[in-house]
Design a protein around this ligand. Structure first.
Ligand SMILES: Nc1nc2c(c(=O)[nH]1)N[C@H]1C(S)=C(S)[C@@H](COP(=O)(O)OP(=O)(O)OC[C@H]3O[C@@H](n4cnc5c(=O)[nH]c(N)nc54)[C@H](O)[C@@H]3O)O[C@H]1N2
Ligand SMILES: Nc1nc2c(c(=O)[nH]1)N[C@H]1C(S)=C(S)[C@@H](COP(=O)(O)OP(=O)(O)OC[C@H]3O[C@@H](n4cnc5c(=O)[nH]c(N)nc54)[C@H](O)[C@@H]3O)O[C@H]1N2
Ligand SMILES: [Mo]
Length: 763
């Protein structure tokens, strides 16, 4: 059997008289439909087929007419010429300004597959040229990645330690989910899903009588096949509710002092805050109710249940992608510590069950192969979501994780494997910042909004055109991903593109170490084979692996319980925190003296939410969650993604009360707006969101119309704020955003997101 693997799963390749066809992987009980359409003509039509240079850049050189990025024709050139232009410009910039003038942070998910991992490729390449400005952390977990190592352990460690579904089904009695456990999100896993397990995991729990509570402004994100209590919470109010639950546990004297003393530090300082001894405000349910809009008696009843049952508290990643996003995560850990069930089967906390397929997996923690990236000669970096700040404010200081740093002065931006004009907030601001660099190089498969805004676009193959080793830790399946179709147009893989540019720069040998792509895969496989053997997992040789197509690691599954060893003996198994224990109060963070992130979990009002002054003009809280029908912006032009649109625009979900108050009807085009931007969407009216909340998922290709100043396709990042979650993390805070919705005035423009750019002949 031949397979091709993607973040959304494994697909079988069937040969038909009409050519190859993708089918669901038959061993996957819940295969995702997202990937079935990867060969669709609608996608092929949008491929970048030849190297292309923006006309002014080609004619006027680096820095020519940057305001025309995204608005003028491209000129197609040969690969030789394109490689020479890229190499010459890297050389110009590094000689004139140093390598710290090159931004290679290049965030993004690119394709699954370990060798053709675009981030590893670009970082290895740029390191061979002398280095680049890198990024830290992710959009996914900006606040949590910085916070968690101070208080429990790094996110990568914790994600791999989640209690598995089987143990939850056997031991958990009450599962309280802040932000649900969205099965739509569990369609994917970074690196590639083996078998989808979240829906079955939840069903097995429900079958065993586990009680579910979903604390969320939306209802559709926790499907168990059984009853779910839905507690309608005001977005961004979760920390207040968590504090009130903690208050009730404390008031009842049911906080586990033995656990708090044996396994945690700083309980007394937090206790003084909880009771109001430090600030005069007791964090009672009556205090919390106006903030989170959950009735005091509902909070009290939930607290009573939590004290009586084996309770798992789960928090969705979205909650930390918000203003002061550290706080709900810290408070979840604090409340779970008070209940004293951390490290017991079925109890404690979960950080994002459902955010990806991975959490709750029983599979082995073995790491997969990875391309060595070499040494970066540049030490400057940015927290990933500060890209527009960096471009707009060279030399300005910023704070991050207790340190103070300065933004570099970027002349060249090099992107491979990401779509900043999908992922960043306040895209109009990014568009302004995007004028600053003299040169922008993008490796892309498709004419995405970012590719359209580049100076040099190099055409890259998709996973369907490549051989690769596919594997994600905890997914339990090692896959030989095989080519399904020949390369489209003149597309090359990132490795070959970088090799050609390295050859012009005189660093080809350093980049390739004399290996072809295939030789690298063989080499990486052999290194992995040796390392797994040391862990008792024997792999066949590379040729046999490729022949078999996949290797199932299910025989190495374990019944994992998060932090069980630590709980049993915190001295013998200390955490990697300064105290070796869970830090309910962190001396380190307190010592940073950051006003918006003190030494323990606190309630700090978000700058933009229902409770703020801006709500008078913009009364609707916008939730820009992850899209059900694609991975971010990937495959948005596919028939599966298009089928979810309303007249070619992204659906905006609104409560019937809010629609009636505005006289809006199902299916009509609406304008969503605030002071940052305006975008069109197609209205869907549904009680699945609470009044005062609208939901517009991410990933509709950004389609800004310069003539009307309007985004035409429904991309929520036309509206979100580019504001750091806190001075600790500088994380993305997309989920703190207010908008208003109205019927557009005058004729509405048709979306043009899927138009190709224009091309001009060479003069
Ligand atoms: N408002 C709002 N914004 C958000 C979020 C939110 O919740 N709300 N979520 C954020 C989160 S969590 C994330 S992770 C980001 C995601 O942001 P991104 O990861 O940037 O989004 P993708 O659409 O996955 O972009 C990947 C790009 O890589 C290209 N690509 C795929 N394979 C290859 C390859 O092999 N080589 C090359 N050169 N290119 C390739 C694809 O065509 C695609 O354009 O978005 C963030 N943005
Ligand atoms: N199909 C699909 N799956 C994906 C992705 C994708 O693009 N498509 N992206 C993947 C990536 S990169 C990531 S990082 C993860 C992200 O995983 P998450 O961050 O968990 O995903 P979201 O869908 O943004 O939000 C999860 C839920 O939180 C709710 N929520 C939002 N704000 C609040 C709030 O203030 N309070 C409460 N209580 N709930 C709130 C939302 O309504 C939503 O149902 O998803 C991954 N899975
Ligand atoms: Mo993410």
């Amino acid at each position: 059997m031949r397979y091709t693997a993607a973040h959304w799963g494994i697909y079988e390749v069937a040969e038909t008289p009409k050519g190859p066809r993708l089918q669901p992987f038959r061993e996957d009980p819940d295969a995702s439909p997202i990937g079935l359409h990867q060969l669709a003509p609608e996608l092929m039509a949008l491929r970048v087929k030849r190297p292309a240079i923006r006309r002014s850049w080609l004619e006027g050189g680096p820095g020519a007419a940057p305001e025309l990025r995204g608005r003028e024709p491209f000129v197609e050139v040969s690969w030789d010429e394109a490689a020479r232009l890229v190499a010459t410009d890297i050389d110009r910039v590094r000689k004139a300004h140093g390598n710290a003038a090159i931004f290679g942070g290049s965030y993004g998910w690119a394709s699954a597959g370990r060798f053709h991992h675009a981030q590893s490729q670009i970082h290895r390449f740029l390191n061979c040229t002398g280095g680049y400005v890198a990024h830290r952390d992710s959009y996914s977990l900006g606040a949590a990645r910085v916070l968690m190592p101070h208080i429990v352990a790094g996110m990568d460690t914790l994600m791999k330690d989640h209690t598995c579904w089987k143990v939850l089904a056997e031991h958990c009695e009450l599962f309280v989910a802040f932000g649900g456990v969205p099965a739509k999100n569990a369609q994917i896993a970074s690196g590639g899903v083996g078998r989808h397990q979240v829906r079955a995991g939840l069903r097995a729990m429900a079958g065993n009588g586990v009680e579910f509570v979903n604390v969320s402004p939306v209802s559709g994100n926790l499907e168990t096949g059984g009853p779910v209590q839905w507690i309608r919470i005001r977005p961004n109010g979760d920390t207040a509710m968590l504090l009130a639950l903690a208050y009730e546990v404390h008031r009842a004297g049911r906080h586990d002092l033995d656990f708090l003393q044996r396994c945690c530090v700083g309980w007394d300082k937090f206790e003084a805050y909880l009771t109001g001894a430090t600030d005069g405000i007791a964090k009672t349910p009556d205090w919390a109710a106006p903030l989170c809009q959950v009735a005091p008696e509902v909070i009290r009843a939930l607290a009573t249940k939590m004290m009586a049952k084996r309770t798992m508290i789960n928090i969705a990643w979205a909650l930390q992608r918000a203003d002061h996003g550290e706080q709900p995560f810290w408070m979840t850990v604090t409340l779970a510590a008070m209940l004293g069930q951390i490290g017991l089967p079925g109890g404690g906390f979960g950080l994002g069950y459902g955010a990806e397929n991975t959490m709750g997996s029983p599979h082995a923690r073995l790491s997969g192969p990875s391309l060595p990236q070499g040494r970066n000669g540049v030490s400057k970096f940015i927290p990933v979501a500060r890209i527009a700040d960096m471009l707009l404010n060279p030399g300005a200081p910023f704070r991050y994780n207790g340190g103070t740093y300065t933004y570099p002065d970027i002349r060249l931006v090099y992107w491979a494997g990401g779509n900043p004009f999908h992922h960043h907030q306040d895209l109009a601001r990014l568009d302004m910042a995007w004028r600053k660099p003299e040169t922008i190089v993008v490796h892309e498969q498709f004419w995405t909004p970012t590719a359209k805004r580049a100076d040099i676009v190099l055409p890259i193959t998709t996973a369907l055109e490549r051989e690769d080793i596919s594997y994600a830790t905890l997914e339990g399946m090692l896959v030989a991903s095989r080519p399904v179709i020949p390369p489209v147009g003149e597309a090359l893989d990132d490795y070959e593109a970088f090799r050609r540019i390295a050859a012009v720069l005189g660093c080809e040998e350093a980049f390739t170490e004399g290996r072809t792509g295939e030789a690298w895969q063989r080499h990486l496989y052999d290194v992995m084979r040796q390392s797994w053997s040391a862990h008792g997992v024997e792999l066949p040789d590379f040729a046999t692996f490729r022949d078999r197509g996949k290797i199932d690691l299910a025989a190495h599954d374990v019944d994992r319980v998060m932090l069980a060893e630590f709980r049993a003996d915190p001295q013998a198994h200390p955490l990697p925190t300064p105290s070796g224990k869970i830090e309910i109060f962190s001396e380190t963070i307190a010592g940073f003296d950051i006003p918006d992130c003190p030494g323990h979990a606190v309630w700090i009002e978000p700058r933009e939410w229902h409770g703020s002054a801006g709500a008078a003009r913009y009364p609707l809280h916008l939730i820009s969650d992850q899209p059900e029908r694609r991975l971010h912006s990937q495959l948005d032009p596919s028939p599966h993604s298009r089928a979810g649109k309303v007249d070619g625009r992204e659906p905006l979900i609104m409560h019937p009360f809010d629609a009636a108050a505005r006289g809006l009807c199902e299916g009509e085009p609406v304008e969503v707006y605030n002071d940052r931007g305006r975008c069109l969407a197609g209205l869907k009216i549904s009680g699945e969101v609470i009044p005062g909340v609208v939901r517009l998922s991410t990933g509709g290709w950004y389609d800004f119309d310069h003539a009307s100043g309007q985004e035409r396709h429904g991309n929520p990042n036309a509206l979100t704020a580019d504001r750091p979650a806190s001075g600790l993390s500088q994380g993305c805070s997309a989920h703190s955003c207010l908008v208003e919705v109205r019927r557009p005035e005058g004729p509405v423009c048709a979306p043009r997101a899927f138009d190709l750019p224009t091309f001009a002949p060479r003069l």
